[in-house]
Design a protein around this ligand. Sequence first.
Ligand code: URP
Ligand code: ZN
Length: 465
Amino acid sequence: MSTSRSLGVDFLLKNARIVTSSRLFEGSVGVEDGKIASLSPNLQPSGAKVYNAEGKIVIPGGIDAHTHMELPVTNATSADDFYSGTVAAACGGITTIVDFADPRPGETLLGALADYRKRADGKVAIDYGLHMMFKGQNLGEIEMISDIVRRGVPSFKVYTAYRKRGLMLEDPDISRVMRKVASLGGLVAVHAESERIIERLTQGNLVAGNTGPRFHALSRPAEAEAEAISRVTRLAHAAGARLYIVHLSSRVGKEEVERARGLGTSVFAETCPHYLVLTDEVYEREDGRNFVMSPALKKMDDLIALWHGLRPGGVIETVGSDHCPFPSFQKDWGEEDFTEIPNGVPGTEAIIPILYSEGVRKDRISMFDLVRVTSEAPARRFGLSPSKGSISVGADADFVVIDPNKRVRMTSDVLHTKIDYSIYDHLTTEGYPVLTVSRGEVVMEDGEFLGRRGRGRFIPRSVAS
Ligand code: URP
Ligand code: ZN
């Protein structure tokens, strides 16, 4: 960057190789008042601030529609708050997150929304939206869903698992939530894993003294995901609801989404960076506990199926991170019992580097696919278009510059999440984000966070198409 950190008006990104979800063109991006003011092959630098993007690739800022900042789980709280988590996101080329408001015990939906707004506003370094978790404790409040939608939160997450944590809903209750959300044009997100299968296998393993992290994976097989997807897609079809399967991890799960689509169910899926590059072999490592998340990592065959699902026409339309990290001392609580390991891994900073290096550079997906699944599709699906998710005149000036020649070993000292290890420390990328611009401000350059705490805004979302 040739001048100051803040781009303000008249910022020009020149010699840019700009990639959208459908075209690639060379030119300049002019920014004024945080918006893209011009796209032109001939623009001459007129302003004070110029970034020469020669030899680099410019894409829309990433939208990570699945994060859990400062989320309380059974015995811990996820390590990144809305500040450190959005710093990590920005450093990986993400310019918008959508987190999940989690009603605390006894809290109403409106109370949870106010609580999350209070937690996040003043901390977020990039823009954010919220989904609402819908738990059993809130079943008396189904009618209040309209108030939440009116406040810019048109998506609700239900769980088919985690009975003990009070998250799981029974099928008739899931149907009730689906019908209400559908009547308002909203979206139902589902954590789809079969509690019955998981409970039985977990119990069996613990009784047999099988307590290591690999038994976390063996207690949550791909069939647990497929069974739950089969069920919730049918419930959604009957309710006329639009459905979003979060963190899809398996081939058989994907096949269930395809089957439902084939029957005309309105369903799309998300996968996460960890399911695209890691397999259950990591649970054999000495630090296997650090890789415990739900759903658990699967096999190479699943990983291949997930990459396929990201291609044009595939049912996996977005990549979200499920960012929910815990430090190793907390993961160690499960040393003698895998059920005591706080579930979750970091990921928001990894989405774009992994999709570029492991996806585009290895010909598993195209650059257009990368843009579609990281920005264009999440913007459209989550009601953030047209201001987010594209490089077009009038849109927010949210974009990322990738240096295709930058190699980065993704160790914990390079990443910005607040934990003491990296689940990607074996990976050296071919290409990495080197500049992130959020509403016209440089928030990251060459791995250094340059933004400000609290500069991000809450984005009320509309009911999407
Ligand atoms: O293991 C996962 N997916 N953790 C995220 C937080 C949660 O419990 O849903
Ligand atoms: Zn999650």
